[in-house]
Design a protein around this ligand. Structure first.
Ligand SMILES: *[C@@H]1O[C@H](CO)[C@@H](O)[C@H](O)[C@H]1NC(C)=O
Ligand SMILES: *[C@@H]1O[C@H](CO)[C@@H](O)[C@H](O)[C@H]1NC(C)=O
Ligand SMILES: *[C@@H]1O[C@H](CO)[C@@H](O)[C@H](O)[C@H]1NC(C)=O
Ligand SMILES: *[C@@H]1O[C@H](CO)[C@@H](O)[C@H](O)[C@H]1NC(C)=O
Length: 535
């Protein structure tokens, strides 16, 4: 049997966006919330005030990935595109079979990678994929029915649905379909909230906030009395706030437990499995385990007998409850479409070092804009150049994941693998898409990927792609506002030294699988300048 493979990472595919939130007037947020209601009633969306637009080109334009425009104003006359070609971003909510695309220039590269012990098979068979994704969808559907029953106990709480995300949604999953990530979208009817930044020694903490309630006090006290009694809505000085920790523990943990009591052992058709949960704020981890598939028909029995691939025997699903706070717009292939931003709970326990510096860590929320990432990845999957880069990303992810297996088994392993999380690799993927002009195949894409990675390590800096990216300044203002975040910023110098050292071994193990001499030096130079200027 395949053992559960952990390439843990894409759990919280969140971009942190900071100061922009501060600038939004409460009214706009309230409008955005009301918008959402309007949408449900099939009404045209109301103007979004100064909410900014994100535009993306369909193909990697010479100027970079983005062709962005800031709309002077939005009016009802700007329609959301609903054409089939815009089956991306918010319009798309499907798992994506992993991207693997080689070009004729790659010759037998795929076979050679396949025979490498440190990489091996890149495919996940369609059948195994369908089996796992169908099961996950079924479990989520079952759960939703139960959760909606439980939600009735909390005034105004509505579960809107799941939003698939993470590597299984982006097309970057590797090895086995054993891990899935979803946002569980919810809202509280008639409650209008706005994130307000957390200021730490006079400096706003990027992407973190407290959730202020905008309704009139008397309205809150009468309509949301039970929330106040349960200490989920709390007063601090002259405002009411939604308390992250209590919302998570009192509402989501308890709802999830009640649901799982009813769904612990499930038998559906020829599959039976067990569902267990653990809490890992902001997510609720679900594990589908003891999966037993009956080999009913002769056909499936023969299939089972003659395949060397196995369905995963354990599947993890990370469910992150998320509240939509604002809708931005993003350009699809034929017009503008909404691109939502979410707030997820992110309190810090007292034990965490940073926590003591906040007034009340249990009140902390994180603003996540995984919507941008999904939107970009969806466009990228329709572009050859970007598919080669995504394939390169999957190769390096696979490499690192296999090294981590060794580490887990107590064997010799490359140090860098425990440090290079998938999130970092995904950021590199975006930079490769942004800074390269043309990419002829995976041979070249892998060269860029490793080249960019090396630059980051040498510079000891990997700026988060969206946050404060001044290259997107004119066109992507909601991301470009605020400081940049160096993802290696908190990493100790020793760790970086060891990572750099073991990176050399990564390159030698992949000898002949990529070629640095076929790269345009200008692309690497541009990236290096960008990194240097971010420090
Ligand atoms: C829960 O999910 C997180 C993030 O996806 C993962 O790191 C952790 O190991 C999981 N915990 C359990 C108990 O499964
Ligand atoms: C899942 O796999 C089993 C065999 O392993 C097969 O019988 C069954 O048809 C598959 N189900 C789906 C939905 O693909
Ligand atoms: C379940 O098993 C029966 C035989 O036991 C078989 O006829 C049927 O096709 C199977 N159903 C699925 C969905 O695999
Ligand atoms: C970059 O990495 C950060 C932190 O690991 C992650 O939250 C974010 O989603 C990544 N961004 C992209 C564009 O992949």
């Amino acid at each position: 049997m395949a053992s559960p493979k952990k390439d843990k990472a894409a759990a919280q595919n969140n971009i942190e966006v900071g100061e922009k939130d501060k600038e939004e007037k409460p009214k706009d947020v309230a409008v955005a919330q009301k918008d959402k209601e309007a949408d449900k009633n099939d009404k045209a969306p109301a103007p979004l005030g100064n909410v900014l637009a994100i535009g993306l080109t369909a193909v990697g334009a010479a100027a970079g990935m983005y062709l962005l425009s800031k709309l002077a104003s939005h009016t009802k006359s700007v329609p959301y595109a609903q054409s089939a070609s815009d089956d991306i971003g918010i319009n798309l909510n499907k798992w994506q079979h992993p991207v693997k695309d080689f070009s004729s220039a790659d010759e037998n590269l795929e076979d050679r990678l396949n025979s490498l012990e440190c990489v091996g098979e890149l495919d996940i068979s369609q059948k195994v994929w369908d089996n796992a994704t169908n099961l996950v969808d079924e479990v989520l559907d079952l759960l939703m029915v139960k959760m909606r029953e439980q939600a009735l106990k909390y005034e105004g709480l509505v579960f809107d649905g799941y939003r698939k995300q993470g590597s299984a949604r982006d097309g970057l999953k590797i090895r086995s379909p054993d891990e899935f990530d979803v946002l569980l979208e919810y809202h509280i009817e008639r409650l209008y909230v706005e994130p307000v930044p957390i200021v730490d020694f006079g400096i706003p903490r990027p992407g973190l906030g407290r959730m202020k309630i905008l309704n009139e006090d008397c309205e809150i006290e009468t309509q949301f009395a039970t929330w106040i009694r349960r200490k989920i809505i709390v007063r601090d000085q002259d405002s009411y706030f939604l308390k992250a920790r209590n919302l998570h523990q009192t509402v989501f943990e308890s709802i999830m437990d009640k649901c799982l009591e009813k769904l612990s052992r499930i038998t559906r058709q020829n599959i039976s499995f067990r569902l267990i949960r653990s809490m890992n704020p902001p997510s609720v981890n679900l594990t589908i385990t003891d999966i037993q598939r009956e080999k009913g028909s002769l056909e499936s029995f023969m299939d089972w007998l003659f395949t060397d691939e196995d369905d995963p025997d354990v599947i993890d699903i990370d469910v992150v409850p998320a509240m939509m706070i604002v809708t931005e717009k993003a350009r699809g292939t034929s017009g503008f479409m909404p691109c939502p931003r979410y707030a997820v709970v992110k309190w810090m326990e007292e034990s965490q070092t940073l926590a003591s510096r906040f007034e009340d860590p249990s009140m902390t929320w994180r603003i996540c804009t995984s919507g941008y990432e999904k939107h970009c990845m969806d466009m990228a999957r329709n572009d050859k150049k970007k598919r080669y880069i995504m394939t390169a990303c999957r190769i390096i992810k696979t490499f690192m994941s296999k090294e981590r297996d060794k580490s887990r088994a107590g064997e010799n392993h490359l140090y860098i693998s425990t440090f290079l999380r998938s999130f970092y690799l995904k950021n590199i993927t975006f930079y490769c898409m942004l800074f390269t002009e043309s990419v002829t195949g995976v041979y070249q894409a892998l060269g860029y990927f490793l080249g960019f990675l090396e630059i980051s390590l040498e510079e000891e800096c990997l700026p988060e792609f969206f946050h404060g990216n001044y290259l997107l300044d004119n066109d992507f203002p909601s991301c470009a506002v605020g400081g940049q975040v160096n993802l290696f910023g908190h990493v100790s110098p020793d760790t970086l030294i060891n990572a750099k050292r073991s990176f050399k071994t990564v390159k030698s193990k992949l000898y002949n699988m990529f070629d640095e001499s076929v790269l345009e030096s200008s692309a690497c130079q541009k990236f290096q300048n960008f990194v240097k200027s971010s420090k």
